[in-house]
Design a protein. Sequence first.
Length: 544
Amino acid sequence: MRTCYLYLMSRQQELQPIHAIESRARLILDLAKAVSAHLDLADVLESLIVGLKPRVQFQAIGVVILEGDYTRVHSLHVEGVQRNRGDSIETVMSRVQSVLHVSGDLHRKRLLDSHISLFRSSRKPYVCTDVQAQKQFPQDEEFQRAGFASYISLPLLKQDELIGAVTLASFHKQNFSEEDVALLQDASDIVSIAVSNALAFEEIRNLRDQLQVENRALQDEIVQKSIYEEIVGSSAALRTVLSSIDKVAPTDSTVLITGETGTGKELVAHAIHKRSPRSGRALVKVNCAALPVDLIASELFGHEKGAFTGALNQRIGRFEAANGGTIFLDEIGELNPEMQVSLLRVLQEKEFERVGGNRTIRTDVRVIAATNRDLAQRVAEDRFRMDLFYRLNVFPVQVPALRERSDDIPILVDYFVAHFARRMGKKIGQIEKRTLEALLAYSWPGNIRELQNLIERGVILSEGDVFRIAPGLLSPQPIVAQKRDDEPKSSIESVLRETRGRISGPDGAAAKLGIPASTLESRIRALGINKHLFRGNGPDRAGR
């Protein structure tokens, strides 16, 4: 009888490891089933805590992702903290901080401040049975302030590449057995698959959102055609601009394009982008003056769901959509002070947060800005930040007004007449001389845009093969007075004689007359003055 009892005891001892293995295998299988039943990673973590309760008690579980020398919280579940389906990680972390009475940026941390740094050289779990006694990293201080007494962290691997870590924390001190650690390692393998899938889905979603924004930008480009399809002209002023484009386009430098309204600043931005290494991605355009003040932050940086009334879904902003490409900030001088600070940070740090979120998003984007304002003057008036001005003004490109490149007017007229005639199915073979003279004498306050609109109107009204502008079609305030008597002509000739034919510069005729050099050139041409006669060695010779 005793022999039989000893035999049964021996058999039970032999069967115990088998039962333990079967029990662990059954638990892992149950965990795998629970995990596979959820697409949302937060639901996966919640089901993991519930599944582990029979063996190990945890109150919180989180997944962090490696991003270079930083870690980012990707998903988090804490028992007792409300979580609604679709909540962003920023929203969840805000609730966690409120419930656990902790503050600071817990979302993104330096890798060296955490135990996760050990996983780069070792793929072994990190076990902390007493946070207060085993404090080794700055992050342990945060764990203790949050009320956690122990935790265990396991590396998440994808084909042996470290992608992050899953950390399970408890409000109570726990001694983790070897069996517990082995069980959690098996569970972390399941989480690794779920995290890989979540990251892949996140990347697909971001690419989809980015594609939608790029498509919208391309559609805007089609609907809102640029001033003209290509840069037209051969004047010295325009050649200077083209030379600047060729020099700066291959670089990644920030460009500030200045010039009057209608001069073609957007066209210059397109030319720079098209000739840059980023030309394979879309040029994302933002008109800073056209956006309401309360929406411009959302437009530039995106927003999280629930960030403000009407924010029903998460939305990526223009900077995020332009990642890898170029963003064109038109009318940059209209930004309010708050947005100037945000833009300065993007230029300096290459990072930002969505509205309503605290996750730092890094972006690789080239910035081209444009303005018709005198930003230096606005800086002097304390209406524009000096540091932002210098950040933007790395490579300035000044686009000349049309009156400063009047030699290009005949070429532009030919180009626009041919373009609109072709579009309207008309045949126009020549341009009336009187019309061209009137166009050359006009001041063009609206620059090329005004010229384009005028030519389009003229082609619509044209009934023959000669293009002409009807009297009165031009604005009634041309640069040259309608009455050309001898008094203004003699005054200009007198000053030209005094300056020996010099037009520009501080001692030139334009400065003495108090008008722009381009304006004086137009008047000289309109009045039929031969300025070359005045270029002599002295007043007497110049007057001959």
